[in-house]
Design a protein around this ligand. Sequence first.
Ligand code: SAM
Length: 240
Amino acid sequence: MSRENIELLENGLKNFNIDVNDTMLEKFEKYREILVEYNKNMNLTGITEQREVYIKHFLDSVAIFKDGYIMDGLSVIDVGTGAGFPGIPYKICNPTIKLTLLDSLNKRINFLKEVCTNIGFDDVEFVHGRAEDFGQNEDFREKFDIATARAVANLPVLLELCIPFVKVGGFFICLKGPNAENEVEEAKNAMDVLDVKLVENIEVSLPDEELKHRILVFKKIKETPGKYPRKAGKLSKKPL
Ligand code: SAM
């Protein structure tokens, strides 16, 4: 374990206004170890080197903490969480959040259970299934203060997948690459139909990364019309 990398993570977290402690750093490193171990037999990530995991997975996930959205006790659903990004890093940085991790691949859900057991989180909810189905399930629909997603779909599709989970007045936090501006243009109709307003478009700088990432924050203004999200095929074939 490299002291230099630990310091890079620590300084990066502090830069995002996160109150860093040793437990947090230990949980991040334990998470990385399990990720690398499972990745030998499962397709979880192409990034396994310590410095790269710290930057591209952990720091990238938690950049939104700088803007104060991930407040104590809020309910957060990570849609298409994969190997746990950004949801598990949110929980490591603020263990008081009520976290739900949703993914359509059961192998990944089993991996996430293993991670959470090992880093001492016994209050995370795991959901195996498609966002299209759970967005229409009354136990999940409009039940979360925050929905979040990274690298799951283009913005018009992603809004339809994620907004139904959010309570009116809540937020969808969307982690995007440098091309986010174009996606926002493409998503104008989806924003109208789903009654959401783009309230933040934040540029994120990460160590070693030349291209700036962006975080888009959408506020949900009204209840989502009952027909959304549509079924899987329809939703992606004819995006809003
Ligand atoms: N969010 C993670 C990250 O940033 O590393 C994973 C990204 S991975 C490219 C996309 C993940 O979304 C996969 O694990 C996939 O199974 C999941 N996914 C894609 N479409 C989905 C849907 N409609 N409902 C639930 N999960 C979905």
